[in-house]
Design a protein around this ligand. Structure first.
Ligand SMILES: [Zn+2]
Length: 488
């Protein structure tokens, strides 16, 4: 059997003015996907493994990924889409295609176009109208009518932080294989749940998500149900389709899919008031003050503070300065800390370039932040010393810089990348565990930080991933929507 595989993964934050372009994406073509697509963080891994084990002939097309950011450039998306289409057309010249299984995010938006995945699957359907089509989705997927119309079977991640990417891909491929074996097409029922949830309120290890996800797993044991998923939407996209949804996939059993989706959606809705932040949280000023007290009076170390409103892995710019300004306003306290305060970090290409030009050990004046987020950020003048430089870091080839201002150390990146990567600080010659206080542009702490954090405080800071959804000026989301509208 010949199966089309590929994928497209981006979470587009419509509050972030950056247009995500070619330099932000890593794109693999054709056979490259068969090895480059194998990472525990990619659902393509499970898709490739399941289909290979089943003896299928894989037809790899395109696998495109970028760190969450602003909406994607229309020209770049068109290029990716054209590659998908031309590779499928070429494959059709040499024989029939039996199925399609894609690794998608589900919340990628294109400048001026909207839902990227919906547009892509429609274009693929124009070439391959009748064969079974399944997709693995991120838990933060937004379900649109186009996406529903194009794809037959869906499976979403069941964990946040996402640690079941490969399993989800495996599951999506398995539904396709079952369909091909039985000759029955996957069929999915959809229920919209009129609510949005701040990312940091929906960790799958915390209630009520833990129990709700368990309900999906139980549903998947029912004969006839292939998959049951809650897709949470993406709160930092102002989009008419943005909401939580429940998808249940069966093989041609519309009644079963529909009844189970309705039941699970009702269950989710009944728990809406129980979603809460898992860690202690305060506004920026109080978060910083609480952390200072924890270090200086309670002798706790390291104390982490998440600059959650400007989390690049949630598509924020990474250059909002609200929390930095709170720290600079209390710099006399920072100077009393037993180790430097480590702030990781800032996306600021001009500042990183200036520091690299100056070189390690030298002092210079920079302006930090506020290049992109001009609402919650402004360029902050700082006289810094360059402590270390690490060029060409990670898959996105970011240049990393560590600078010091008084008793404050700040990491700066030349590319828009996340700061939860456990390799990032060691590349700069430091470890988070050696600092009494670590501020990080992140939401919930990734395992590498969580395991060493003596205390984790979330600052509900200002930025493009503002966790206080009620304070976001949405214009396009369909109302009523909980918690923006409490009495629905
Ligand atoms: Zn996600």
């Amino acid at each position: 059997m010949r199966i089309i595989i590929g994928g497209m993964n981006h979470e587009s934050n419509t509050f972030n003015p950056i247009i995500t372009g070619e330099e932000d994406f890593i794109v693999f073509y054709g056979k490259e996907i068969l090895h480059e697509g194998l990472s525990p963080h990619y659902s393509s891994t499970g898709i490739i493994q399941a289909l290979t084990e089943a003896g299928c002939e894989l037809v790899p097309t395109v696998l495109a990924r970028a760190v969450p950011n602003g909406v994607v450039s229309a020209a770049l998306y068109q290029k990716i889409k054209n590659e998908f289409i031309s590779r499928i057309q070429k494959a059709l010249e040499t024989g029939p295609i039996d199925g399609i299984c894609l690794a998608l995010h589900g919340s990628m938006k294109v400048d001026g176009l909207g839902c990227a995945e919906g547009d892509l699957v429609q274009a693929i359907r124009n070439l391959l109208p009748d064969i079974p089509f399944t997709a693995a989705l991120d838990m933060h997927a937004t379900i649109t009518p186009q996406l529903m119309a194009g794809v037959d079977g869906f499976v979403g991640y069941k964990t946040a932080p996402h640690i079941d990417c490969a399993q989800t891909g495996f599951h999506a491929a398995h539904i396709l294989l079952t369909s091909l074996k039985t000759g029955k097409k996957p069929l999915s029922a959809y229920r919209r749940i009129p609510m949005l949830i701040a990312g940091e309120k929906s960790e799958s290890e915390a209630e009520p998500m833990r129990s709700l996800i368990e309900q999906c797993r139980i549903a998947e044991q029912i004969p006839g149900i292939e998959a049951a998923s809650f897709l949470l939407g993406f709160p930092w996209a102002d989009d008419e389709y943005n909401a939580v949804s429940c998808l249940v996939t069966t093989l041609e059993d519309e009644q079963l899919a529909s009844a189970k989706a309705a039941e699970l959606a009702a269950e989710f809705w009944n728990h809406r008031e129980e979603f809460a932040f898992r860690s202690e949280y305060y506004d920026s000023q109080l978060a910083i003050a609480t952390a200072y007290r924890a270090v200086l009076e309670q002798k706790e170390s390291p104390v982490f503070v998440s600059d959650s409103g400007d989390n690049p892995t949630a598509g924020a710019t990474g250059d909002a300065t609200e929390l930095l300004e709170q720290i600079l306003g209390t710099i006399a306290t920072v100077d009393k800390l037993p180790t430097p305060l480590l702030y990781t970090g800032f996306f600021d290409a001009p500042a990183a370039a200036a520091c690299i030009d100056a070189g390690v050990g030298n002092e210079l004046d920079i302006h930090l932040g506020g290049n992109w987020d001009t609402v919650n950020g402004r360029p902050i003048p700082l006289h810094v010393t360059v402590k270390s430089i690490a060029p060409n870091f990670g898959p996105y080839h970011a240049d990393l810089v560590l600078v010091q201002y008084r008793n404050l150390l700040i990491s700066i990146t030349s590319k828009h990348i996340g700061f939860g990567d456990e390799e990032l600080l060691p590349r700069l010659g430091i470890n988070a565990a050696d600092f009494c206080m670590v501020v990080v542009k992140l939401g919930y702490l990734e395992p590498c930080f969580r395991t060493i954090a003596k205390r984790a405080i979330m600052a509900t800071s200002k930025g493009c991933s503002n966790e206080v959804l009620e304070s976001i000026a949405y214009k396009k989301v369909k109302r009523p929507l909980y918690p923006l509208d409490r009495n629905i």
